[in-house]
Design a protein around this ligand. Sequence first.
Ligand code: GTP
Ligand code: MG
Length: 462
Amino acid sequence: MINQNTIVALSTPPGSGAIGLIRISGSDAIKIASKCFVPSNNVLISKQESHKSSLGWIKDGDRIIDKVVATVFISPNSYTGENVVEFSCHGSSYILQEVIQLIIKKGAIAAQPGEFTLRSFLNGKMDLIQAEAVADLISTKSKAAHELAINQIRGGYSKDIGELRDKLIHFASLIALELDFSEEDVEFANRKEFMKLLDDLQFKLKELSESFAYGRVIKDGVPVAILGKPNSGKSSLLNALVKEEKAIVSDIEGTTRDSIEDYLVLDGIQFRFIDTAGLRDTKDKIESIGVKRALDNAKKAEILLYLYDVTDKDHKGIIDQIDSIISLKKTILLIQNKMDLSSGKENIAKTISKKFPNLPPALLLITHENKTINALKKQLVKIVEKIGNNSETIVTNTRHHTSLESALKDITLVKKGINDNLSNDLLSVDLNSAIQSLGEITGEINTDDILGNIFKNFCIGK
Ligand SMILES: Nc1nc2c(ncn2[C@@H]2O[C@H](COP(=O)(O)OP(=O)(O)OP(=O)(O)O)[C@@H](O)[C@H]2O)c(=O)[nH]1
Ligand SMILES: [Mg+2]
């Protein structure tokens, strides 16, 4: 799948900036760069030491395009493993385009998205998990997501999966050997040891697969839906959390119709808050679409904040709504709002905790009071940290999750097969399929389809 062409692309974001970095990679990188670059110190690029920079001019014939710094990385000690030259140019879109066009004229071709990282993978500089983590690292928006991406670039769970896969391969080969000697009824693969390995594997794969729910929310932001009856103060809460007038607030019931979202990073964890239309039966066509959206958002969220107005006399209505969101099996945080209006005599909190003894007591809130908003923020961070503490290694990537799930299914089948005294050739089918799935994660087994899919989601220049 790799082509031997020398590729070029802008590696910094498009648009104007102080510096724009153009990267050339491939066996002809140095040759092509020499045709465009005239050094100020008379040391030609072809004679320049690896990892050293020099100042000079980019020239197209007699025409000077820019004054740049050229850095040379000689194969295999570069990001891609190939010869690489980087030009740090002045960051004008016009200059950068001119320089790239010149490099193409001298023999390079424009890189595809992710092609530098793809080459790095194909040249054995990193495994697939690490390559994919490069994309995650570039798009990282919070401390927690950053930690996960860095951990994966440093090897993360590649090692765990690799070791488990090696052990499986070992047993698979013993089973295959038994097949060769099937006439003689010998047993090379100790079934007890094999069963133990399968148990371990099942446990580990389950753990990794289950960590995905957490990994995904850390990467994309923990979705938190704000739910409640109209006028309970949901939009006021969203605005108070993000300290911005994001949603319209009014004392008219049914103000919010569309769902309104905003992000906030708390203690290094990114949250995605979703304000929704107040839940009620309504004849208004648009509002009822809003209510449906609110429920859809609740289904997709990780945490549900259920708000009620402490002065609301309709306790039954509130209890019915809590009842229906409990069935979604999410983490629910009850919030008793408008505490500044409380007479202190309302018994709604008591009624709720009697009805739902398993829910923690409601947090008391006044949306315009920082103190109570901060208490809520602390509570949210605690909830997420509690979910995360259960798993040591965290899977963030959908592709890895799919492969883990399919390996898990195969392992369960192999175990069942052994218990049912299935013949070796049938065991081998599921065993090999599990080995294949694990190999797809780290890239030991790759097809062009898989690679094409992964790297097309990268930006150009990476
Ligand atoms: N006194 C008091 N009023 C509040 C508080 N929070 C919100 N309100 C008021 O309650 C009214 C409704 O607030 P919203 O934030 O629009 O309520 P909502 O739940 O988004 O309402 P819908 O969009 O209609 O579902 C507004 O007049 C707010 O100013 C609070 O803590 N104390
Ligand atoms: Mg609202």
